[in-house]
Design a protein around this ligand. Structure first.
Ligand SMILES: NC(=O)c1ccc[n+]([C@@H]2O[C@H](COP(=O)([O-])OP(=O)(O)OC[C@H]3O[C@@H](n4cnc5c(N)ncnc54)[C@H](OP(=O)(O)O)[C@@H]3O)[C@@H](O)[C@H]2O)c1
Length: 283
């Protein structure tokens, strides 16, 4: 989606994927800075690890405790920091460089829930399945938006308990608990990775959750297009959406942070669909 957007915006840029081991993350980020990359996206398992490695953290990364977007910035002595993409002609030896970390996942989820499920957070009761990196950011973001309660279910129960305590401390107006809620949730959100493979178990106990009493179900997974969880929810009459909209919006915001230009959303959406859902995507 990024390369399609670069072409559409007339940017002579390339988006490339680099597998990096966690032990080499800091070297990889410094290397990107030295090579004058415009920016980087980080994914599992780097988003939390990268926070202390940034020279500066935007409010979005500080608030949600995870970095998925890095912008390389430069400045002349005594001046303000500028994205390298907007520097123009400068004598490089006179410049100082740094990395700034951002988080675009949290807002992207909120936008996807609004657009794809017409969901409004105010007063809502949420059941979150999975409290790994993405689940934690989702829980904190939704708690900040005026939901009334959140129940956290995780394979490793102690992690759900720890996050429930954190939410209760940071957002005392939200009822947060580890485990299944006693009444039906308005929204079930899957942020566990169970469902990525066709033979994965469901990330919840079927005897504890009746989809016939749930209005909306969102699965952060976008491949397969419909997970077993989404299929079960649809069959029970729930409104459902997968994680493609979230992926699109976090990418679009990253592009805007790097380039200062408005992201061509429809171009990016089309490229995503083609790459992810066509049988033989063009390499
Ligand atoms: N659409 C998007 O833009 C977007 C963005 C971010 C993430 N995601 C998706 O969200 C999912 C989670 O990502 P993440 O970054 O949070 O990963 P993560 O930090 O590795 O967390 C994985 C979570 O899934 C749970 N889990 C793993 N296998 C399970 C199983 N067999 N049964 C039940 N629970 C299981 C883990 O439970 P334990 O704590 O017990 O290990 C943990 O809560 C992934 O599928 C990822 O692709 C989508």
């Amino acid at each position: 989606m990024h390369n399609a957007a670069f072409a559409s915006l007339g940017l002579d840029w390339r988006y490339l994927a680099f597998p990096v081991a966690p032990a080499h993350l800091e070297q990889a980020i410094r290397g990107a800075l030295q090579m004058r990359f415009v920016g980087i996206n980080l994914t599992v398992p780097h988003k939390i690890l990268a926070c202390p490695m940034m020279d500066a953290l935007d409010e979005s990364a500080r608030k949600w405790g995870a970095v998925n977007t890095v912008r390389i910035e430069a400045r002349m002595p005594g001046e303000s920091w500028q994205p390298v993409a907007q520097l123009g002609e400068c004598v490089e030896s006179e410049l100082e460089f740094r990395t700034q970390g951002f988080n675009t996942d949290a807002n992207a989820l909120a936008q996807a829930l609004r657009e794809d499920l017409d969901w409004k957070p105010e007063g809502s009761k949420v059941l979150l399945l999975g409290v790994g990196g993405a689940g934690r950011v989702a829980a904190l973001r939704l708690a900040s938006e005026g939901i009334s309660s959140i129940s956290l279910v995780n394979r490793t129960h102690s992690k759900a308990e720890a996050l429930a305590s954190e939410i209760s401390f940071r957002f005392p107006q939200v009822r947060a608990q580890a485990g299944y809620p006693s009444d039906a949730p308005d929204l079930v959100l899957n942020a566990s990775s169970a469902g990525l493979n066709q033979d994965d178990p469901l990330p919840f106990d079927e005897s504890r959750l009746d989809f016939r009493r749930v209005a909306r179900v969102f699965d952060m997974i976008y491949r397969p297009r419909e997970t077993r969880l989404l299929a079960a929810a649809r069959a029970a009459g729930c409104r459902t959406a997968n994680g493609l909209g979230m992926l699109l919006h976090q990418g679009a915001k990253s592009l805007e942070i790097w380039s200062g230009k408005t992201a061509p959303i429809s171009v990016m959406r089309r490229a995503l669909h083609e790459a992810i859902y066509t049988e033989s995507p063009i390499p």
